[in-house]
Design a protein around this ligand. Sequence first.
Ligand code: GTP
Ligand code: MG
Length: 196
Amino acid sequence: MNYNKIEYEKSFGTSAQLPASEMPEIAFSGRSNVGKSSLINRLFNRKNLARVSSVPGKTTTVNFFKSDDVRFVDLPGYGFAKRSESERIRWADLMEGYFNTSRPISLVIQLVDMRHPATADDRDMLTFLENTGYKYIIVLTKCDKLNKTQRLERRESVKQELGGFSPVDIIEFSAQTGEGADRLKDVIDNNFKSEA
Ligand code: GTP
Ligand code: MG
């Protein structure tokens, strides 16, 4: 995978706008504010490729980024309580439209905040990934916010909390320090199939 080459392609706000895909895709999923856009920026070493915000709900569209022969997809976050009912419906339509079509989704990067147990929404998403059979990696984000003791504790707890799921790997990650980025790139390279 060439992480030096990436360009923003387009954003889509409704499922009807989503074009069929002609190339394999890697999608980034997780609750609002978990760090999806920050992770994408870190992977490609670009500050403002994907928009980051301390206010949850920044990414409200499905955003396509294109590398040589793979498309990276920044998905809008779930679990954002302050969203209006109509926004929630639009979000559900968008996510269903993205996942429930015959897109060549080669890999899903599922983000979970390392500081807290997976939320009910996280578990629903993980269950969906298990049931649909997508290959996915769990990335535990914001690990820089934990001290050494907390981190060891969380690492142990995560084994139980996520024990019922079968990601190809679980990676501790910090968009702030870059920790875990090289490992994540390796795991993506080892699991991405260009003919997905
Ligand atoms: P939505 O677009 O709302 O779905 O959120 P998102 O998942 O794209 O999160 P985003 O990347 O916008 O990050 C949300 C906030 O968390 C921002 O203030 C980031 O700076 C912060 N953040 C993201 N990743 C990390 C991390 O690894 N460490 C720390 N300390 N902060 C992070
Ligand atoms: Mg975002």
